[in-house]
Design a protein around this ligand. Structure first.
Ligand SMILES: Cc1cc2nc3c(=O)[nH]c(=O)nc-3n(C[C@H](O)[C@H](O)[C@H](O)COP(=O)(O)OP(=O)(O)OC[C@H]3O[C@@H](n4cnc5c(N)ncnc54)[C@H](O)[C@@H]3O)c2cc1C
Length: 431
């Protein structure tokens, strides 16, 4: 078993694209910092439009969340929930923001097909279980609203029908979101890198950008490989932003989130856990997500529990407890991998894209960025090029710095604990 870092995906997928590990060019049209989905999708679009593009990653292609995530794709909805969104922006804008989630899935599906990318995309749907009867009622109301207002394909599952979705009696019914599914995250990021280098993008990794200075003619980047002059810069560092990427860093709160793989499991066990091979989630404030691996031999579980400052044993216990609450039949199943990565939270719980403090940026996906980052990377590139169809409903949302930023990670971790306590209380009180 590997800890703390090795994602189950890391030894799968093709070798990194050719063109990495070359030295940085002295001059480029666009320098992109971060070789994950956001940076690479922007790079690909810009290079195909004739721009000379270099992508820098401090570590390796896909080192960040883009090869550590669960690979669950879908419209993603919004962290504020429907009521929260309407309260913050009014109903019309809420509808427009939510529709972007569906646009992003359409984009992902079309892009993967057009590029002929082998990343195990399946749109098998997601079953979201309700932990309490009250939460089930709320989910069903949301489900009706989403069907009516944004034509999201979704349907309710009663407690009596639940065994057709999941090998568990833990939930009080739930909802199926039919436009959700999964990809193999590492295959997807490596294929993006391959397409980008094929289009002429130079990927330079490992090579950290250690500082930026904006001048009238462009930006000077200081990198561990030397100086680079760029006409424009894109920050695609998301949860891996730090003092070296201050414009993004002051606008997001990086948080650690973890995952583990349980397996290998037999085909019978896999079919028992998820009879339809769906993605899975649940209601609640600190929730667990889980899915079968693309090879159908293991299950991945993830969430905000078992991350943060916990040691390996405590982390393993937290995972086992959360998993066995839903699937007691996995009590003795082997946990083969544990890993974690960084996500980026924002003050308004929305992802953002735009031009701030002299640089372009896209990020702040609040933990749901696989579908969104590919979409935002492409939209950002379109905007930089002045192309038609560059707009998104997110363009007009101000991307404000996080108040009291140095204390925000601590505050966010405290909030997670508080939420967890409330979740536990509700679970104890349920019938
Ligand atoms: C455990 C886990 C599970 C997740 N599961 C899901 C899921 O199932 N579905 C979903 O939608 N989302 C999920 N996410 C979120 C999703 O993975 C991210 O939103 C998405 O990958 C963000 O992509 P990105 O390209 O913006 O950033 P990243 O992939 O994080 O890339 C940022 C890159 O920037 C580089 N970098 C940072 N600073 C510098 C510098 N100074 N110089 C050079 N390079 C630098 C880093 O090395 C890193 O590679 C998950 C995240 C984690 C951690």
């Amino acid at each position: 078993m590997s800890f703390p870092g090795e994602s189950i995906y890391w030894h799968e997928g093709q070798a990194p694209a050719r063109g990495v590990e070359t030295g940085p060019p002295a001059k480029v049209d666009v320098a992109i910092i971060g070789a994950g989905y956001t940076g690479l999708s922007a790079a690909l679009h810009l290079a195909r439009a004739g721009r000379h593009v270099a992508v820098f990653d401090a570590e390796a292609v896909g080192f960040g969340a883009s090869s550590r995530n669960g690979g669950m794709v879908g419209p993603g909805l919004h962290k504020l929930g429907i009521a929260g969104l309407i309260k913050a922006y009014g109903e019309e804008r809420a509808v427009a923001l939510l529709r972007e989630g569906l646009n992003a899935v359409d984009h992902l599906e079309a892009f993967i097909a057009a590029e002929n990318i082998d990343c195990d995309l399946v749109l098998t749907g997601r079953f979201r279980g309700a932990r309490t009867a009250l939460q089930c009622d709320a989910l069903l109301r949301e489900c009706d609203w989403l069907r009516d207002r944004i034509a999201l394909p979704t349907y309710p599952v009663t407690r009596a029908e639940q065994r057709s979705e999941i090998g568990s009696d833990f939930y009080r019914g739930g909802v199926v979101y039919e436009r959700d599914g999964g990809v193999h995250p590492r295959k997807m990021v490596l294929a993006l890198a391959e397409r980008a280098t094929g289009a002429g993008v130079q990927i330079i990794a490992p090579c950290a950008v250690t500082g930026l200075r904006t001048e009238a003619s462009g930006t000077i980047l200081h990198t561990t490989g030397g100086r680079v002059d760029a006409r424009e810069v894109v920050l695609a560092t998301n949860g891996y932003s730090d003092r070296r990427s201050p414009a993004m860093n002051r606008r997001i709160v990086p948080l650690e989130t973890g995952a583990c793989a349980v397996g290998p499991l037999t085909p019978e066990q896999m079919a028992d856990l998820s009879p339809k091979g769906r993605m899975h989630g649940e209601s609640g404030r600190v929730f667990m997500w889980y899915r079968p691996t693309p090879d159908g031999r293991s299950f991945i579980f993830g969430g905000r529990f078992g991350a943060g400052n916990m040691g390996p044993e405590a982390r393993q216990r937290a995972y086992r407890k959360a998993i066995c609450r839903v699937f007691p039949q996995l009590e003795n199943a082997p946990i083969s991998h544990f890993w974690s990565g960084l996500i980026a939270m924002t003050a308004d719980h929305s992802p953002h894209l735009g031009h701030h403090d002299g640089v372009w940026m896209a990020g702040g996906y609040n933990g749901s960025g696989v579908t969104r980052s590919l979409y935002f990377g492409t939209k950002l590139a379109r905007r930089m090029l002045g192309e038609a169809d560059a707009q998104t409903a997110f363009d007009s949302l101000p991307f404000n710095p996080v108040p009291l930023r140095p204390f925000a990670p601590w505050g966010a971790n405290m909030l997670v604990r508080w939420y967890q306590m409330q979740d536990d209380r509700e679970l104890k009180a349920r019938d």
